[in-house]
Unconditional design. Structure first.
Length: 94
């Protein structure tokens, strides 16, 4: 199979595209990295953040990328997230 683009990789047997995403917490200015599959949903990313960070609830997190609030039900890839992207975390503290 000829792979011409990232879209080709995100379909079928090539659906495991791991990337490193930089997460910046706007409350305490903390920066950390998450490794995740680009075909994962935004809510999957929120659950991964919750598992790695203390006192953060996935349900209360809002994630902003490139000036837009990310939708929980869409994949990271479909919202333009790429390797080394910076995503801003708002809320979620408990």
């Amino acid at each position: 199979m000829m792979i011409n683009s990232l879209k080709d990789l995100a379909i079928g047997q090539y659906s495991f595209i791991m990337v490193s995403i930089q997460i910046k917490n706007l409350i305490n200015q903390e920066i950390f990295y998450i490794n995740i599959n680009l075909t994962s949903s935004v809510f999957d990313l929120k659950k991964e953040i919750e598992s790695q960070q203390e006192n953060i609830s996935a349900r209360g997190i809002r994630l902003v990328f490139s000036g837009h609030l990310l939708n929980d039900f869409f994949s990271l890839y479909s919202q333009g997230v790429k390797n080394d992207s910076i995503i801003y975390l708002i809320g979620g503290e408990y």
